[in-house]
Design a protein around this ligand. Structure first.
Ligand code: URA
Length: 422
């Protein structure tokens, strides 16, 4: 095959065959295609897109470039993927709850990406082991009904190489490239069903409902073409989820949530995703699964399972705590109309709670607490949040306050679930 011809066809909006896409991935991964040609190809995809069959072919080729993991399971084996947001500790709460509901969970989770946090980093704040071998994942599922671990270097190495080039060539934002990248890692485990939590709003990568819908539909279509049962919920991220954002603080919030003290937004999102997986696994209706998840959370039944799991993998509930807590007072009065999660995410990184460079160490103790949500009325001087930091800096307070927008007339609180895609 002549790569220049394939680039030209994609540039002109033509469809490529699975064999052609597979050939490109193999040649690029083995170093036979130079980066300048692959960059042109990625840019052609950025402008012309890929249809579902092409995206499936790209997903499969990247998936097959690395190892796949087979976990034996007598119970339905499921997974959940979030596209990332601020205060999103859903995976931590949902996994032991699903195990309590009679499902098995095998989840490969990423580290922090851009301005959002990562499940693996949150778990590492307990000191537990998060890089598990396939045998250890199997053991975790067998003992606790769930496993959450990082994807190893062996999973989808082609995606890592292509992602690095996308990052350098302004082609990360292409929806089919995002779909193939996510799925090349998510499909590496033999789960039967997967639900996608596609976040939309100022604290998410997808800022508009239209883009979120395209991404959700792409993830569901390609997963189904691959042979999985799949669904997606498009959920609210124009304000942080729950009460805290920051690694150790989110584990602490998870512990409260699993003992029945959970903020209403977090309860709604977690139980809806559980309901969706319950339905996909043919155990009952969405509503039935959602109610069961609610009952498990409010009764505190999954708490012990989660704590035993952390301790089994070497973690401790002696979580790191921040040296200082700053109370943030509002300088304005009115109804909150938006809370910019992207700014808050960058504030956490600035305080050391995320990485500026890939090898930066994380201060797990830092983070933010939110007392108010969209639609709440705030008086001037009222405390709206807290900043957990190792050093007190006035710029932290300014950044926190700059994330809040106010309206002089009442504002409705937004729908938490914007759309369900099956
Ligand atoms: N997450 C991924 O794994 N890949 C993308 O391209 C974007 C988000």
């Amino acid at each position: 095959m002549i790569f220049k011809e394939l680039i030209k066809r994609k540039r002109d909006g033509q469809k490529l065959s699975s064999e052609e896409i597979d050939w490109i991935v193999k040649e690029f991964t083995s170093g036979k295609i130079p980066s300048y040609q692959m960059s042109a190809f990625l840019m052609a995809i950025y402008f012309q897109g890929l249809d579902d069959q092409e995206t499936l072919a790209l997903t499969k080729s990247m998936l097959e470039s690395g190892e796949t993991i087979t976990i034996p399971s007598d119970l339905p084996l499921v997974d959940k993927h979030s596209t990332g947001g601020i205060g999103d500790k859903v995976s931590l709460i949902l996994s032991p709850v699903l195990a309590e509901m009679g499902l098995n969970v095998a989840m490969l989770s990423g580290r922090a990406l851009g301005f959002t946090g990562g499940t693996a980093d949150k778990l590492e704040s307990t000191g537990m082991k998060v890089e598990l071998t396939p045998e250890e994942i199997e053991e975790s599922v067998k003992r606790f009904g769930f496993s959450i671990s990082t994807q190893t270097e062996n999973v989808a190495p082609a995606d890592r190489k292509i992602y690095a080039l996308r990052d350098a060539t302004a082609t990360v934002e292409s929806i089919p490239l995002i779909v193939a990248s996510i799925l090349s890692k998510k499909l590496a485990i033999n789960t039967e069903s997967i639900v996608f939590d596609v976040k939309v709003g100022t604290g998410a990568f997808m800022k508009t409902l239209k883009d979120a819908e395209k991404l959700a539909q792409g993830l569901v279509n390609v997963s189904k073409l691959y042979g999985k049962k799949a669904a997606a919920l498009i959920t609210e991220m124009s304000q942080p989820l729950g009460e805290y954002a920051g690694n150790a603080l989110e584990v602490k919030e998870t512990l409260s949530a699993l003992s029945g003290e959970i903020s209403p937004d977090l309860l709604e999102i977690v139980t809806s995703l559980c309901g969706s997986l319950y339905q996909l696994s043919d155990l009952g209706t969405f509503e039935c699964g959602k109610n069961l998840a609610k009952e498990v959370i409010l009764s505190g039944k999954a708490y012990e399972r989660f704590v035993n799991w952390i301790e089994f993998w070497g973690g401790s509930l002696n979580l790191p705590t921040a040296k200082n807590i700053i109370k943030v007072k509002s300088e304005k009065e009115g109804w909150i109309s938006n809370i910019n999660g992207e700014r808050l995410g960058y504030l956490i990184i600035e305080m050391g709670g995320g990485r500026k460079k890939a090898d930066d160490a994380i201060d797990y103790s830092v983070g933010l607490r939110f007392f108010k949500k969209i639609g709440d009325f705030v008086k001037k001087g009222e405390v709206i949040g807290e900043i957990y930091c190792s050093e007190i800096k006035h710029e932290y307070i300014n950044s926190f306050l700059s994330a809040y927008e106010f309206s002089s007339s009442p504002v409705d609180s937004p729908n938490l679930i914007k759309k369900s895609i099956v």
